[in-house]
Design a protein around this ligand. Structure first.
Ligand SMILES: Nc1ncnc2c1ncn2[C@@H]1O[C@H](COP(=O)(O)OP(=O)(O)O)[C@@H](O)[C@H]1O
Ligand SMILES: [Mg+2]
Length: 242
């Protein structure tokens, strides 16, 4: 399938709490250090603090801090809900509705100023954002290939394979996957990574466990550039992930 050249990547994960934000921010920093103009985006966030300027979500702020393209908060994070609950339930409580077309317009504003926009989903690939739409539909509306963050812990083989099948069923493009070492006590981690690589494809990177300051973790520049090059090529496919 041919696709138009993507202006970024959509970072999804095998679950919530697997390191999407840590990896997305590291990806932004690595690309910015290579001279690219990079913006971050968190289209839908649930879990935010009230500030004099309005609600602020920590993921969106982390992506903004990593980015070298400046943008208004509401452009980076058009939908921000206070409660740390499933986004579509938070939206319903707030009598709001996530409009994917508005997300697309905000993305276009960011993309017009950037070489690459790194977009972080909320939760996992099929997290609902409204009664009928999920994060998968947001990624599709933005025409972005996916970077799948696999949280390396017991259960990751199942979660990664389920997500890979869902990506495939959705016809999503895939730029690659990154293993993130979120559990220092994970037994047989190397065997699990080998299993993932044989069932999916080679990992773009394996991020080590950081007992101190995981938010400052770095990605190898070559891995970051490889991911965006694959995202920008028109041949990213999902069948390679199954
Ligand atoms: N490689 C890592 N080493 C140590 N802690 C990590 C690592 N990656 C993520 N974390 C921690 O795990 C938690 C979840 O990470 P986060 O990036 O917020 O996940 P997500 O965005 O998928 O919800 C955070 O507290 C983060 O600091
Ligand atoms: Mg996050």
């Amino acid at each position: 399938m041919t696709r138009p050249a993507a202006r970024g990547v959509f970072v999804t994960g095998t679950d919530t709490g697997v390191g999407k934000t840590v990896v997305a921010a590291a990806l932004i920093r690595a690309l910015a250090r290579q001279g690219l103009r990079v913006a971050g985006m968190k289209p839908v966030a649930a879990g935010a603090s009230a500030t004099p300027s309005g609600l602020r979500n920590a993921d969106a702020l982390a992506l903004m801090q990593a980015a070298n393209v400046r943008a208004p908060y509401d452009t980076v994070n058009p939908y921000c809900f206070a409660a740390p609950i499933a986004p579509h339930i938070a939206a319903r409580d707030a009598r709001s509705a996530v409009d994917i077309d508005l997300i697309r317009r905000r993305f276009a504003e960011l993309a017009s100023d950037a070489d690459c926009v790194v977009v972080e989903g909320a939760g996992g690939w099929l997290t609902p954002v409204s009664e009928h739409a999920s994060m998968a539909d947001v990624a599709a509306a933005l025409a972005l290939p996916v970077v799948l963050v696999v949280g390396l812990r017991l259960g990751c083989l199942n979660h990664a394979r389920l997500t890979a099948r869902a990506l495939c069923a959705h016809g999503a493009g895939v730029a690659g996957w990154i293993g993130n070492s979120i559990d220092p006590a994970f037994e047989r981690a190397a065997d699990n990574i080998a299993e993932l690589e044989s069932r999916l494809q080679r990992a773009a990177a394996i991020v080590p466990y950081a007992s101190h300051a995981p938010e400052a973790l770095e990605l190898p520049p070559a891995a970051a550039l490889h991911l965006v090059a694959r995202a920008a090529s028109s041949v990213t496919q999902t069948h390679c992930l199954l």
